[in-house]
Design a protein around this ligand. Structure first.
Ligand SMILES: [Ca+2]
Length: 222
């Protein structure tokens, strides 16, 4: 007999015994991996649900879009910043500190704000004057953290004769912009047949329970 055949014969019973003994143990695990393909359909999930890295990239994309939008507003050649400001209330009335006065809403966006004095009661107005009266097409207000942007319920334009015209009023539709530290309230309309020298915003205080802030305001026109 060939030596290998003899070895095989000698080993055969051992293998049989081994298999016989281990069969219950070894056959069980091999059946378990079969669910692995079942887990495979879960693979498409990562593509549907973004990874942390993809999420971070998407956040950066939104922040970049905000920066681009804000840069266009700030450097808009048709826009001018308010030169005068007055308000129906100021935080700390009747002796408000400089850091909350309406004048903080004049000039370029700079981080200094006007703050109103009512969180929920009644209405407050902020009136902004502009050096050069223009036939207007849009107005913009910079609201720090978007606090109170959803409370702006009326926008009025004053012509050079002193007459006020309501350009918009109603249930506020503006929303806080979570892409950046400020929210830009933007209201566009057909070019006014008259020249605008001032803009008045009304805040319905009950629509945002907290103080309302404005950093700066633009009048856009020709
Ligand atoms: Ca300011």
């Amino acid at each position: 007999m060939h030596p290998l055949s003899r070895t095989a014969l000698l080993l055969a019973p051992l293998l049989l015994v081994a298999c016989g003994k281990k069969a219950p143990d070894t056959t069980a695990p091999p059946t378990l991996p079969t669910p692995a393909p079942v887990a495979a359909p879960a693979a498409p999930a990562p593509s549907a649900e973004p990874s942390d890295e993809q999420r971070a990239q998407a956040e950066k994309q939104k922040a970049l879009e905000y920066a681009t939008m804000e840069d266009q507003y700030i450097n808009d050649p048709r826009a001018q910043w308010a030169s005068t400001a007055s308000a129906s209330s100021t935080f700390g009335d009747p002796a408000p500190s400089d850091s909350n006065l309406p004048k903080n809403a004049t000039g370029k966006v700079d981080g200094d704000d006007w703050l109103n004095n009512n969180q929920t009661i009644g209405f407050d107005t902020l009136e902004l004057g502009y050096e050069k009266p223009v036939a207007a097409t849009e107005v913009r207000v910079v609201v720090p953290s978007g606090e109170g942007i959803e409370a702006i319920s009326k926008v009025e334009l004053q012509d050079t004769e002193g007459k006020w015209n309501v350009i918009w009023s109603g249930v506020p539709d503006a929303k806080r912009d979570d892409r950046g530290p400020r929210s830009w309230y933007v209201r566009s309309f057909e070019k006014t047949p008259y020249k605008v020298k001032a803009v008045k915003y009304t805040f319905a205080n009950n629509l945002y329970h907290g103080y309302k802030k404005v950093d700066a305001a633009q009048l856009i026109g020709d």
